[in-house]
Design a binder for this molecule. Structure first.
Ligand SMILES: [Ca+2]
Ligand SMILES: [Ca+2]
Ligand SMILES: [Ca+2]
Ligand SMILES: [Ca+2]
Length: 465
């Protein structure tokens, strides 16, 4: 297998500590995303995503489940008790990269762990017991098949989990029974998979574990991994999906965007006493005098959650085609799925859910293990600038950097610097006639050449002459 080729863009230089199985099936993550591999304490990761199960569709919504093999790469035994909250919970997601950006297109409820085999996917295992004990030994791995992760009776809601602490009420209740076929499983729209509607698209599945022991040890930064899949033929009410290539360990699927488009910039925000966001940005030339700006904000473990995104811009950057894509909760989760509204201001483009936590705790927030996508076109090329993320539960905000629209380049002949060329600038050129002030071509004088520039650029910048 030629995995060494695909590794180049993923393994960061200087990432000396590698864990996991370095093979055609898995690419080990390193300590480059906010933590140190092999940290002390219990440390669960997703070592492999080996299979997908499919369940047909209802009304255009298809259901799938993703097999996940976890590893304990820490130095303490990891609790895995089924009948209390001392066990991991396991969300599964799907994403697509199309039209130059990554979008989350599928989301499941949480599979609750219920005993662990003691296998050796990630290396030497010190078994914590025989058979399937309620513990995962140091160095050991535990496989959950796709059908187990799709077992509706053992899937619980995301909304009860604090992703920072890994704590949730157990037993949980008060939710409607699972709808047959699609309830609680990864739900994805058939239109998002249809090859006729998604030419050139690439697809990625993501699995994650949350465990309160792993969280308490400060080891939850590495709990998501992703793997590519292909969309095949249609049968039994949905598309057949096949996983391809390695599992990228300890990296959420936002890094697949960077894998497909190497001009994606990803920066991480670690909020003290809360969790981690990854913020990706990309700017590409549309070839028609405009640039497309795309942003993905992925909440890995923040309980505060996101409520708004603001992209700084130069005042004269003309912004059009503003877009937004979220992922809708389902199967009885309490959350509102209303899309965020956008506003193009003078100095920023902003999306917001338009409310506060106090007003509506179930508003559409960017909660843990979800990615929202934002985009627009601008008349100007990119510079590095400020991206501000508003936090839902405390109303504060955090910032990082990424590609943002620069100001318009100066127009030759715009002597009064008002962004356009017209009679005012012609008057300047005539006033400068014969002298060095106003010279545009380095010959030390303002003459017919400068008048010609003013006339050639007449009306540029939008003042219409
Ligand atoms: Ca971990
Ligand atoms: Ca929505
Ligand atoms: Ca002017
Ligand atoms: Ca001149």
């Amino acid at each position: 297998m030629q995995t060494s080729i695909t590794l180049a863009g993923v393994l960061v230089a200087g990432s000396a500590i590698l864990v996991g199985q370095y093979s055609a099936d898995a690419v080990p993550g390193g300590g480059d995303d906010g933590g140190v591999a092999g940290a002390l304490g219990a440390d669960v990761i997703v070592g492999a995503l080996p299979a997908i199960a499919k369940y047909g569709s209802v009304g255009g919504t298809a259901a799938y489940a993703l097999a996940t093999t976890s590893c304990n790469i820490g130095d303490e035994v990891l609790d895995w008790y089924a009948n209390n909250n001392d066990h991991p919970v396991i969300p599964q997601n799907m994403y697509v990269v199309r039209d130059g950006r990554l979008e989350q297109i599928g989301m499941s409820w949480l599979k609750h762990g219920f005993c662990a085999l003691q296998q050796s996917l990630c290396g030497a295992c010190q078994p914590a017991g025989g058979g399937c004990p309620p513990l995962l030994g140091v160095g050991c791995s535990d496989p959950y098949s796709a059908s187990l992760n799709g077992q509706q009776s053992n899937l619980g809601p995301r909304s009860l989990i604090n992703a920072v602490t890994g704590i949730f009420p157990y037993p949980w209740g008060g939710f409607p029974p699972a709808q047959s076929t699609i309830g609680r499983r990864i739900q994805v729209q058939l239109d998002d998979l249809d090859p006729g509607l998604n030419g050139g698209a690439r697809y990625f599945a993501e699995g994650m574990y949350i465990s309160k022991q792993d969280s308490a040890a400060g080891n939850s930064w590495n709990n998501a991994s992703y793997r590519e899949f292909n969309v095949g033929s249609f049968s039994g009410g949905s598309y057949n999906l096949s996983l391809v290539g390695p599992t990228y360990q300890q990296k959420p699927a936002i890094f697949a965007w960077q894998q497909v488009h190497n001009d994606v910039d990803v920066n991480s925000i670690e909020i003290p006493d809360d969790g981690i966001f990854h913020v990706g940005s990309r700017a590409s030339d549309n070839g028609d005098g405009t640039w497309r700006y795309s942003y993905v904000v992925y909440n890995l473990t923040s309980d505060l959650s996101g409520a708004s995104l603001s992209i700084s811009k130069a005042a004269d950057a003309v912004v059009t085609n503003v877009g937004f894509h979220d992922i809708d909760y389902h199967s009885g989760e309490p959350y509102d799925n209303t899309d965020w509204a956008s506003e193009v201001g003078k100095d920023a483009v902003t999306w917001s859910n338009g409310t506060t936590y106090a007003e509506n705790p179930d508003a559409n927030a960017l909660r843990w293990n979800t990615a929202y996508t934002f985009w627009f076109d601008s008349s100007t090329p990119p510079v590095e600038g400020t991206i501000e993320l508003g936090l839902f539960k405390n109303g504060e905000s955090v910032t990082t950097t990424g590609f943002v629209p620069a100001g318009a380049p100066p127009i030759a002949g715009d002597y009064d610097n008002n962004g356009c060329v017209n009679g005012s600038d012609l008057a300047y050129a005539l006033a400068y006639w014969g002298g060095p002030e106003g010279d545009l071509n380095g010959d030390g004088t303002t003459d017919g050449y400068e008048i010609a520039i003013v006339l050639a650029n007449w009306g540029d910048g939008g003042c219409g002459g």
